[in-house]
Design a protein around this ligand. Structure first.
Ligand code: 3HC
Length: 302
């Protein structure tokens, strides 16, 4: 039977401890989602300040959940007890699964994955949370491509049920089976997909979001009316403009560009207004200005 790269293979692999590298929205959300399932998680940030900011953010998120009566005080404390936030990468050596959740940039991700590969135990699995870069490229940046997969969580990770499990031609079936088991433990739904730009969700979502911007440009309708039409008409939890602001206009533009590079088609040519907002520094929720937030300029003339 085919073994892993160096012969290391567990018959029934299970992830009993998880490492998360990064300290941004996705890293925090994934750490919270994993800890909520009672699985110990080590979050490794670039420095001590970022590590404690990430821990505090999870603490606040859990406090909100407790206030709403979703979890008890005991549960909140137990979940926090499952999280170790540090700037010491060496502490990842005990993790069965190490998840990279750093900036969506090929060089940054490859550098971080190589460092994770160096510290992880031989049988550990490495995952990337990339939403639009090549998982195969990430796998090949390491010395264990058969034990690398994509775990594409959605924002906010503790609340969103879906995880896309992205396999490459090299991904060991045991690794996928263990990833399915973990997502089930997290109470999430897993869908397997291949390493195609945008996987399933973003390949469908971003042409739609782009089309909403074009509709704004061509019709002169208001952002609020289009969002209301989609929330009330399709039962989406958020309208396209609220979602664009939430995802980040810079992130959305980068995803559209990558989708278009991969399969050139009119639907993924970024709408002019999106290009202009990003060029002018309006990035959505993170800057407080975007489509649904104040100071958003009028749509670009098309
Ligand atoms: N952190 C943790 N939990 C959160 C949260 C957060 N930031 N925001 C909401 N939640 C939880 C709440 O605690 C609650 O969970 P519970 O029922 O277990 O307590 C649940 O989410 C519902 O929250 P609320 O009732 O407060 O609020 P809403 O009903 O307005 O839901 C929402 C909030 C879940 C964010 C909802 O608006 C939604 O589903 N929005 C769409 C989000 C979406 O589409 N995300 C995908 C973006 S695309 C992406 O991520 C791909 C990437 O590659 C770009």
């Amino acid at each position: 039977a085919a073994a892993g790269d160096d012969g290391a293979r567990l018959p029934h692999r299970r992830f009993t401890s998880v490492g998360v590298v990064g300290s941004g929205t996705m890293a925090r959300g994934i750490a919270e989602a994993v800890a909520r399932a009672g699985v110990p998680v080590t979050l490794v940030a670039r420095d001590e300040t970022r590590a404690s900011a990430a821990f505090d953010a999870v603490d606040r998120s859990l406090a909100r959940a407790e206030k709403r009566g979703r979890i008890s005080e005991c549960e909140r404390i137990a979940v926090l007890g499952c999280i170790n936030a540090t700037d010491d990468r060496a502490q990842l050596a005990g993790s069965d699964l190490l998840i990279e959740a750093v900036a969506e940039d090929t060089d940054v991700k490859h550098t971080v994955l190589r460092a994770m590969d160096a510290v992880a135990k031989p049988e550990a699995v490495l995952a990337t949370v990339t939403s639009s870069l090549s998982v195969d490229g990430c796998a090949r940046a390491t010395n264990r491509p058969s034990r690398v997969l994509g775990l594409h969580f959605f924002n906010p990770a503790p609340a969103m049920r879906l995880v896309e499990l992205v396999r490459t031609d090299d991904t060991d079936p045991d690794v996928l089976a263990a990833a399915h088991a973990l997502t089930a433990e997290l109470g999430k739904s897993a869908v397997e997909c291949t390493d195609r730009t945008g996987f399933i969700v973003n390949a469908l979502l971003f042409p739609f979001l782009n089309q909403a911007v074009r509709t704004l440009e061509r019709t002169g309708l208001s952002v609020g009316d289009i969002d209301e039409a989609v929330t009330a008409g399709f039962r989406h939890p958020m309208g396209p403009f609220a979602l664009l602001d939430s995802v980040g206009l810079d992130v959305s533009l980068a995803i559209l560009r990558r989708l278009n590079e991969s399969v050139p088609q009119p639907a993924t040519v970024p709408a002019a207004t999106l290009e202009k907002l990003v060029a002018d520094g309006h990035l959505g929720r993170k800057t407080g200005t975007g489509f649904t937030l104040h100071a958003a300029p009028a749509p670009a003339a098309v």
